[in-house]
Every structure is written in structure tokens, then in C-alpha cells.
Write a protein that binds this ligand. Structure first.
Ligand code: PEP
Ligand code: CO
Length: 449
């Protein structure tokens, strides 16, 4: 057991916690948190340790991290079809990266708890009316009226149960046969099937199917879990510290503390202050932790963050998720990588090509251009190759649905077409086709090395 000095699961209370909702009633808040703290953990310490080991492989360049899902999950997405459609695309991308890219893929969903959002302002204007900002379904409703926007702690309790339900169906899909590799064809979406990406995927799926058939023909056992099950992990931005504390439990076998709300948690760009409450909380739990790093970081600050969050320099413990945007990645990532490499830190480097590339389209909708996303990933790979570090993974906002939220891609979605099916609760997501297209491009980058 490695104890962190002066840490307890509530020591963050003496630090400044940014981005917390203004809960109107302290009593209601305490009662909701007390309820959650009695409920079972959503994940187990053993699974969390397994993910950490897999991420250690990513840090060494022996595997690739694919983290993806909604910007903000909505309570209404907790249905079997919605979970299945997103899982299908992630499984397809895994096959593409694994088969064409030649690397085992560590799959982590922004799922089963991605219900709280940081916001740049406490209020927002909706149709000329100033309302408290929507802070994620675990806090308030996105409905544009003052009553719906009032933070309600019971939404955390509901969020816990919906995370449970999502987790349960994910476990059923990934362990119960749906994710078996001989079903690769079934993961292709109807609306993607006839696109060039869908067809490329079909060809690749046929190769895999033939390989598995051949294994059967020569008498090999194709019932092994590597072929019949997928390992899948969950993650979310750990923003609401009361909720995270309520799900933080001591592992009976090691005595270590784990935040059992998800396997991996990340700290957002807005809450990663070294002397802030989020960093205080996460320095004590033994989960793998991600930290978003954007263009306005200070290198010495990042060094302090890394030493604080990973004091034992454990490989797989810490993932830096860089999100510079295409314009700033070259000037921002290169010196950061050089400085951290010099310190000898064990890190997983992951690229979030979404959050630095957001802009407002000519039709007024928030969007991202596929080409900027692709180019940021390419720059990320090239900078790491240049510096001799490992481009370990990617972090996407994506959905299995046929949405029109990001412009470009094979179907060349234009500004004027964004409103056709713009559904997101928060930031614009890649649709299934755009996600596959990126996977094929990344597979090529992986193959290059
Ligand atoms: C996010 O991942 O949705 C997010 C808010 O990112 P960042 O903290 O990088 O802005
Ligand atoms: Co987002």
C-alpha cells in the first residue's frame, strides 16, 4: 500500500474547487451524496489495475489508446440502441487500428458517467434570455427555462443509476458474445455500409472472418476470450468532486483508495490547477488519471502536476491529453514534450484533436472541421516521432449516430448542412463515418513506424 501524505478522500475540501455548481440547498446536496456513498461501486479495483497495466503498455508503445464518446452524455442516451451504436463504432475502429495498424487497442469510452460539464460562464443567453448555464445532466437540465436550469443534487443520484445501467449493458455487449470477432460484419452501421469507409471496413472484416474460419479449419480453438470478448473501460471528466468522493472506496486487498465511479478519470483544462481541489483529490486515488493540456499551459506547472499526480512515476498512471488545435500544436507540443522527456517521466501521450479546433460556422452552429482534426493528429504523431517519444493514443468526441455536427470528411458536410441532424448536448461530435475515416488514417500512421 502506498499512502499519499496528508491525503484523505475529503482533503480536497480545504482547496479551491473550480467549476462546481451553485447547489441552492446544502442539505439536499449532503443527502444526495450520503445516498450515493452507500451504493455499490460501479467498477472494481482489480479492473482499474488491469487498465493501468494496459496503459503502461501504451506508454511503452506496445498498444494504442482509443478513448471516445459523447462530449456530454444525456440521460436520454441510456438506451440499448444508443449504447450499442457507439460501442459498434469503437469496436470497428479497434479492428481497423489493430488489423491495419498492427497494434492492440485499449478501449476507453467517454461513457457511463460523462454527465458533468465545465462551462466558461455561469450564465448563457438562450433566445435573448439570460439563464444559468447548462452544466451536464447530472447537474441541471438543458431545457431553456430557469426552473430546469436550477442545479438539483438528486440528478447525481439519477446519474449514478443511469451510469450503472449503461455499464451493465456495456458489460453484456462486450462479454456476452456481441463483441466476438466473428461478428465483425455486424458492427457496420446501415448508414455507413455503402460509403467508401463502410466498404473498406467490409473488406477488412472479410479478411478477419476468413482468418478465424481458417483457424477453425486447422482445428484451433476459436472460443478463447481474446476472440469472443472485448475488454472495455469507462471514463469521464471528474468534475463534481462530491460525487467522486462518494464513490471513492478503499480496496480490501491492498488498502489503496480507488475512485470507483469509472476506471479512468480525467481532469479538464479548466480545473487542473496544481494547488486546486481537483488535483488534491486525484493525487490520492490509484486510478489511471488523464489531464487535459491546452495551449495556455505553463511548462513548470505541468512538471509539478505530473510529479504531484504520479509521485512514484508509475507507467500507465498518468495520461497527458493534449488539445492544442491545429494552429498551435507545433509551437506548443514540441517544447512540452522536450521538457517532460528530460525529466524522465513515464507518460501516456494522447491527442484530443477536438477541443482546440472548435469554431462557429457561418450558419451559427458550433463545429469542427474534419481536416483540422486529422491534421492535428498527424502533427501529434510527427512531433512525437521527431522527439523519440510515443504517440500513445487519441481522444475523440464521437457518436454512432448519423449526425451532422463536424464539417468535412468523406461526405464533405458543409456549413449549410450542419442543421440537418445537429443533436449534440454540448460540443460537435464525429459521426460514425467520420470516425471510421480517421481510424483508417491513424492506422496508416501507426504502420509507418
Ligand atoms: C471535454 O473533454 O469535453 C472538455 C471540456 O475538454 P477540455 O477540458 O479539454 O476543454
Ligand atoms: Co467537449
Amino acid at each position: 500500500m502506498s499512502e499519499r501524505s496528508n491525503w484523505s478522500k475529503d482533503s480536497w475540501h480545504s482547496f479551491k474547487a473550480l467549476q462546481q455548481p451553485n447547489w441552492p440547498d446544502g442539505q439536499e446536496l449532503q443527502s444526495a451524496l450520503a445516498t450515493i456513498s452507500e451504493l455499490p461501486p460501479l467498477v472494481f479495483a482489480g479492473e482499474i489495475r488491469d487498465l493501468k497495466q494496459q496503459l503502461a503498455k501504451v506508454a511503452r508503445g506496445e498498444a494504442f489508446l482509443l478513448q471516445g464518446g459523447d462530449c456530454a452524455e444525456s440521460f436520454s442516451y441510456c438506451t440499448a440502441p444508443a449504447v450499442r451504436e457507439l460501442l459498434k463504432v469503437i469496436l470497428q475502429m479497434t479492428v481497423i487500428l489493430g488489423y491495419a495498424g498492427g497494434k492492440p487497442v485499449v478501449k476507453v469510452g467517454r461513457m457511463a458517467g460523462q454527465y458533468a460539464k465545465p462551462r466558461s460562464a455561469d450564465t448563457e443567453m438562450v433566445d435573448g434570455v439570460e439563464l444559468p448555464s447548462y452544466r451536464g445532466d447530472m447537474v441541471n437540465s438543458s431545457e431553456p427555462n430557469p426552473e430546469a436550469r436550477r442545479p438539483d443534487p438528486q440528478r447525481m443520484v439519477k446519474g449514478y443509476f443511469l451510469s450503472c445501467a449503461t455499464m451493465n449493458i456495456l458489460r453484456a455487449f462486450t462479454r456476452g458474445g456481441y463483441a466476438a470477432l466473428d461478428r465483425v460484419h455486424a458492427w457496420n452501421n446501415e448508414f455507413v455500409k455503402n460509403s467508401p469507409q463502410g466498404q473498406m471496413y467490409e473488406r477488412l472484416a472479410s479478411h478477419i472472418e476468413q482468418a478465424i474460419n481458417f483457424m477453425r479449419v486447422v482445428g484451433l480453438d476459436t472460443n478463447m476470450p481474446q476472440l469472443t470478448q472485448a475488454s472495455f473501460f469507462t471514463s469521464h471528466e471528474a468534475l463534481l468532486l462530491g460525487y467522486e468522493e462518494a464513490l471513492t472506496r478503499q480496496d480490501s486487498t491492498t488498502g489503496d483508495w480507488y475512485d470507483c465511479s469509472a476506471h479512468m478519470l480525467w481532469i479538464g483544462e479548466r480545473t487542473r490547477q496544481v494547488d486546486g481541489a481537483h488535483v488534491e483529490f486525484f493525487r490520492g486515488v490509484h486510478n489511471p488519471i488523464g489531464v487535459k493540456i491546452g495551449p495556455s499551459h505553463d511548462i513548470d506547472d505541468v512538471k509539478r502536476l505530473v510529479s504531484t499526480l504520479n509521485p512514484d512515476n508509475e507507467p500507465g498512471k498518468l495520461t497527458l491529453i493534449t488539445r492544442f488545435g491545429i494552429k498551435k500544436i507545433a509551437e506548443g507540443l514540441t517544447p512540452l514534450v522536450q521538457a517532460l522527456k528530460k525529466e524522465g517521466f513515464n507518460l501516456v501521450w494522447s491527442c484530443d484533436p477536438m477541443h482546440g479546433n472548435t469554431y462557429t460556422s457561418s450558419t451559427g452552429l458550433k463545429t469542427r472541421n474534419f481536416i483540422n482534426i486529422l491534421e492535428e493528429i498527424r502533427a501529434f504523431f510527427e512531433i512525437h516521432w521527431q522527439e523519440g517519444t510515443v504517440p500513445g493514443g487519441v481522444h475523440f468526441e464521437m457518436t454512432g449516430a448519423d449526425v451532422t455536427e463536424c464539417v468535412g470528411g468523406g461526405r464533405e458536410i458543409m456549413d449549410q448542412q450542419l442543421s440537418r441532424n445537429y443533436q449534440t448536448m454540448c460540443d460537435p461530435r464525429l459521426n460514425a463515418e467520420q470516425s471510421l475515416e480517421l481510424a483508417f488514417q491513424i492506422a496508416e500512421m501507426l504502420r509507418e513506424k
